[in-house]
Design a protein around this ligand. Structure first.
Ligand code: NI
Length: 253
């Protein structure tokens, strides 16, 4: 079930059988010459929606704009400052917690979100800790490429040139979800350099076409379908176990 197409009575009924929700979280940032700007939001969304429809859990709206300051030298990239993102995430979590959601699972599609998402969780937990109260909500983040079986499949499908940004794997997954958006572009060098970066200007200087270590010209919808299938099965398994996490002060409610 998807929150965006559910009615409020359906959500109310859902809460009588489960207090868990999955929130896809990503980024709106350049993904090289043939990757979609929405790649990091679309990958977790595709996996979460397929899993939610198959397993019957609730998937919330995608937190589509994340912490992507280092991509701002490429047109179309949008960022939240870490402080803005922490505040926005806390408003999302507080809203959901107010309705009785107790297990909130963020399926992440962007490496640049990891630290800020962790900080947002600490900010939320601090509200309770500093009052000496037990937080009723359990928060979890998982990168989609770290779901069971996904990395081995990426390595098998792309033995060379999967890379670390604008990867052949993530571009494949979006091509599977949006076959009408497949782009064929010749890239030089075939496999991009990898390395480090600081701000947006430094990133553009080091990675002129936006890729890091990848050859996404290998991306196909068929390979994306394979990754989606593995990720979906693993997410269903992980989420069904996470949704059984006890909410600490359930007895007091
Ligand atoms: Ni990405």
């Amino acid at each position: 079930m998807l929150l965006k197409t559910a009615s409020w009575p359906e959500v109310e009924t859902y809460l009588t059988r489960s207090t868990g929700i999955v929130i896809p979280i990503g980024s709106m940032e350049q993904h090289g010459p043939n990757g979609l700007v929405g790649t990091d939001a679309l990958c977790p969304e595709i996996i979460a929606h397929e899993a939610a429809n198959e397993a019957g859990f609730l998937a919330g709206p995608t937190f589509s704009v994340g912490m992507a300051q280092h991509h701002l030298a490429f047109p179309g990239s949008i960022t939240l400052r870490p402080s803005t993102m922490i505040a926005a995430l806390n408003d999302w979590i507080t809203s959901l917690a107010g309705h009785g959601f107790r297990q909130i699972y963020f399926l992440n599609g962007h490496g640049g979100n990891i630290n800020t998402l962790s900080a947002a969780f600490s900010e939320y937990y601090a509200n309770w800790s500093m009052r000496g109260e037990a937080c009723p909500v359990v928060l979890k983040q998982r990168n989609w490429w770290e779901l069971g079986g996904v990395m081995p499949a990426c390595k098998r499908l792309f033995p060379a040139g999967d890379g670390s940004h604008a990867t052949a794997s993530e571009v494949s997954l979006t091509y599977y979800g949006y076959p009408e958006a497949v782009k064929r572009v010749e890239m030089h060098p075939k496999t991009a350099p990898d390395g480090t970066f600081t701000d947006a200007a430094d990133f553009r200087r080091n990675f002129p076409d936006g890729r890091c270590g990848s050859d996404p010209s290998q991306a196909t919808p068929e390979k994306g379908a394979e990754l989606a299938k593995i990720a979906k099965a693993s997410l269903i398994q992980e989420v069904s176990s996470f949704f059984k996490s006890p909410a600490h002060n359930q007895a007091a409610e």
